[in-house]
Design a protein around this ligand. Structure first.
Ligand code: 2YC
Length: 294
């Protein structure tokens, strides 16, 4: 997993500027992408009146300057009240619970999760990033399914994206600098084909989901390509930017936005299930209707 560095997130634009960039690229805001990623309809029922805590975690390589604050500002931009705990680690967790947070965001060197405290379910940044950028791809293709999608980088995000695409699109091509990782995905899904090398794969693709930290030279990019790129560090040269129709990338916001929407939806799912079960166990209410209403 690629570790963010302060300079990568110091240029995380104020989300309003990110929204402008996303609207220019694909015509949707971060909130719309996040809600689509979580499969929420009518987002007002999901985000209203939610409090999120972000806990700085000092384990391993320690805190990343600006990380917690970036997460907090992304959540606020989606209408979720968010605060960074004054304490770190366990004291921070205790503070978040004492302040009655509905969701808790925290990351160590290996995992970045959002916990829904009410239903005790969490979502990982891998799922948030894969679903968030898969939604950005769907929107970028204007809901017109591409004939095939190339996934560059078969790590945790690329593997989850391949699972999503294998269900959503007719054919998925995968490639990794370690060919055995691509072969593993080809074996796992019926409509996934592994390329042997990255250059050939990129040169033959119009729709590219880049979940690798590697550099993809603009010379390989086809004119009019759609590039959805969660991979960090983000490095497409001016030739790639000139040839591509769309390049969607940000180092943190789409993953965090999708995590928040998926995490909030856990409560919506529980509430819907509860209401349908309540309706199911109350047939007697019909017989108890007032005599005039029989
Ligand atoms: O500031 C803190 O609390 C640090 N413990 C945060 C460490 C995050 C390490 N993970 C990453 O840099 C990224 C995540 C955004 C998702 C995958 N890698």
């Amino acid at each position: 997993m690629t570790r963010l560095t302060p300079d990568m997130i110091s240029d995380v634009p104020a989300v309003s500027r990110l929204d402008t960039a996303l609207i220019n690229e694909i015509g949707s805001t971060l909130e719309e992408i996040s809600i689509g990623a979580a499969g929420i309809s009518g987002h007002d029922s999901a985000f209203d009146d939610l409090d999120a805590a972000v806990i700085p975690v000092t384990s391993g390589m320690g805190v990343i300057s600006g990380f917690s604050e970036s997460v907090r500002s992304i959540l606020e931009s989606m209408g979720i009240r968010a605060f960074v705990t004054k304490n770190t680690d366990v004291a921070g967790f205790a503070e978040a619970v004492e302040k009655d947070a509905d969701m808790i965001f925290m990351a160590d060197d290996d995992r970045f999760i959002a916990l829904n405290v009410r239903v005790m379910k969490f979502v990982d940044n891998t799922e948030g990033t894969a679903k968030g950028y898969a939604e950005a791809l769907r929107i970028a293709m204007k809901y017109r399914p591409p004939s095939s999608v190339l996934v560059v980088g078969c790590g945790r995000v690329g593997s989850m994206a391949t699972e999503i695409f294998s269900k959503r699109y007719a054919s998925v091509n995968v490639v990794d600098i370690d060919p055995s990782k691509a072969m593993e995905l080809e074996r796992r899904y019926g409509n996934v084909h592994a390329y042997a090398d990255v250059e050939t794969a990129v040169r033959e693709s119009n729709v590219i989901f880049n979940s690798s930290p590697g550099k993809i030279p603009g010379e390989w990019i086809r004119q009019g390509a759609v590039i959805i790129s969660p991979g960090v560090p983000h490095s497409f040269d001016s030739e790639a930017r000139r040839k591509a129709n769309v390049i969607v990338h940000d180092p943190l916001a789409i993953g965090v936005g999708a995590m928040a929407a998926i995490c909030a939806k856990y409560s919506v799912d529980i509430r819907n299930r509860f209401e349908s079960e309540m309706n199911a166990i109350n047939p007697i209410s019909v017989r108890l209707a007032a005599p005039g209403q029989r």
